[in-house]
Design a protein around this ligand. Structure first.
Ligand code: LLP
Length: 419
């Protein structure tokens, strides 16, 4: 459920008509609905209410906008960060350091120091080598790093290959069959408080089955570790729950996910944490765009050229991802067309031969489900500026990220005086 709906024939974000935002902020522009974000945050939290004090860390990578983080902080969410930059953002949104988990396969020395200095809640170690490096830094700084070991359970998440993370050949975590040995070695190191295990097998999962298999393997590992006399008080079950991108698609609900987790983790006797991203932010945002012109030069489908492009919304070009496209002021007519951006690459295509609302030059349209992995994956390719972001709350809205014009990006460049 989201709050991007037609009212009197005009699509609104909550109570704000999208043409007003297009007029005042310009297009393309990302628009987020605060009511949807809050609702998703609560639905997910309620789905876990059968567990003993679950910790929820929003996957900042999915939408790192400061205002979005602030909304989630107010809902009691912590943050799952994967870089020093995301850590700074989580802190800027007033997330408590203790509520921050640092994931990522390539944390740099400087990032490990930064996490320790901020006294974050937990490092999710992705390798033995990372553990030794963190131990040395912690010992030097006189600090203790609370750590979980991320394991690679070798489970096929049955999602797009580029966002699958839990197969043996993926770079993430340590092989589950070596986890006992590595955990024991790290638990003996100074400066590390090895307290748990973590798993995340991929994103946009359409079935709970692979998650259940991975969690069962994690449960057996916890028992094995304890059997070796090791302490395990925490388990981080990652994110990954998928969301519908096409009208009418159904996905496992947070409630079904929560029930599965409660069943599988019964008796684990650990504090559980979660790292949802897409399920919170995905359907809380749209990308609003204007049709530049419609090119009808052959008998095949026309090209509807919009002012958003692959630099603004990379998912279709990168993963062949589907985003529903709807007119902001539908006339009732339908057409079959290719929807493309202005960038000079054939890959800058949002949809081929898609049946959509009739759109003509100057009309507004939205790409739905753009709140996660949307603005954050934007680039300035073709010297297009960075797309702005707007947060709507009822009848009011605020620009929560300015458009960064191409000229400002160029201003950060230098021509050396020897040229
Ligand atoms: N935790 C870890 C360790 C992760 O790597 C990720 C996502 C998450 C949590 C959050 O997963 P979610 O709940 O959002 O599925 N750019 C891609 C998605 C990349 C996901 C990367 N990791 C896309 O647009 O589909």
């Amino acid at each position: 459920m989201n709050h991007f709906e037609l009212k009197n024939g005009v699509m609104h974000a909550e109570d704000v008509p999208l043409p007003q935002i297009a007029q005042e902020v310009g297009t393309p522009v990302y628009v987020y609905s605060m009511a949807t974000l809050v609702r998703h945050a609560r639905v997910f939290r309620d789905a876990l209410s059968g567990l003993d004090k679950p910790h929820i860390a929003f996957a900042v990578k999915s939408n790192p906008n400061l205002a979005v983080l602030k909304v989630l902080q107010r809902e009691g969410y912590g943050a799952d960060v994967v870089s020093g930059g995301e850590l700074v953002r989580a802190l800027a949104a007033d997330m408590a350091p203790a509520d921050i988990v640092f994931s990522g396969v390539g944390k740099t020395h400087a990032e490990l120091v930064q996490g320790l200095e901020q006294d974050i809640g937990q490092f999710n170690l992705e390798s033995e080598e990372e553990g030794y490096e963190l131990s040395a830094i912690a010992a030097r700084l006189g600090k203790t790093a609370r750590c979980a070991l991320r394991v690679n359970p070798d489970v096929d998440a049955r999602t797009h290959d580029k966002i699958s993370t839990g197969k043996a050949e993926n770079k993430f975590g340590v092989p589950i069959d070596r986890a006992g040995e590595i955990y024991a070695a790290l638990a003996a190191m100074p400066g590390l408080d090895m307290r748990g295990v973590a798993v995340h097998i991929g994103s946009q999962l359409s079935s709970l089955e692979p998650l259940e298999t991975a969690f069962e393997k994690l449960g057996r590992l916890i028992a094995d570790l304890r059997g070796q006399g090791l302490k395990v008080t925490h388990a981080d079950l990652g994110g990954g729950l998928g969301v519908p991108y096409k009208a009418g698609e159904t996905f496992p609900s947070p409630a079904e996910y929560g029930a599965m987790v409660a069943r599988v983790t019964k008796g684990w006797d650990v504090a559980l944490s979660f790292e949802p991203g897409r399920v919170i932010a995905g359907n809380a945002g749209i990308l609003l765009t204007r049709v530049i012109r419609v090119k009808r030069s052959s008998n095949a489908s026309p090209f509807i050229i919009v002012d958003a492009a692959m630099n603004d919304l990379a998912r279709p070009a990168m993963y062949g991802a589907w985003h529903d496209i709807d007119a902001v002021e539908p006339t009732g007519g339908r057409t079959t067309a290719h929807i493309v951006g202005p960038i000079c690459e054939t890959g800058d295509t949002f949809a081929m031969n898609r049946e959509i609302d009739t759109l003509e030059a100057g009309d507004l349209a939205v790409f739905r489900t753009a709140g996660a992995y949307g603005a954050t994956m934007a680039s300035s390719y073709n010297s297009r500026g960075f797309v702005p972001e707007v947060l709507v709350d009822g009848a009011r809205y605020a620009v929560v990220a300015d458009r960064l014009p191409a000229a400002d990006i160029m201003a950060a460049e230098r021509v050396p005086d020897w040229l």
